[in-house]
Write a new protein. Structure first.
Length: 94
């Protein structure tokens, strides 16, 4: 369930309060995201307008939800990766 996944993400981020651990965590997630997003999917159709960084989201499957995301910024890629983690595998009706 999405709400359970969001609570898990929240708990993880709250446990990283020492120094810049949270930022390092997002950067590490961003590196994973950047490696797994195909360059050929970085097209206008998948572009997220309004983001200050270049960012893309692609709906791979409608039900259950499967999205793939990336940004040119490692931190934004990490945040988008958390979005994937929250929603991927969930039924469309969630």
């Amino acid at each position: 369930m999405v709400s359970e996944k969001i609570y898990e993400i929240k708990d993880t981020l709250q446990s990283l309060v020492v120094g810049n651990m949270g930022l390092h965590y997002l950067v590490d997630l961003g590196k994973v995201s950047q490696k797994s997003y195909p360059k050929e999917d970085r097209v206008e159709e998948n572009f997220i307008h309004g983001c200050t960084s270049y960012a893309w989201i692609k709906l791979e499957n409608d039900d259950p939800i499967q999205i793939n995301t990336v940004s040119d910024s490692l931190i934004i890629s990490g945040i988008l990766y958390l979005l994937e983690k929250a929603f991927n595998g969930e039924p469309k009706s969630s």
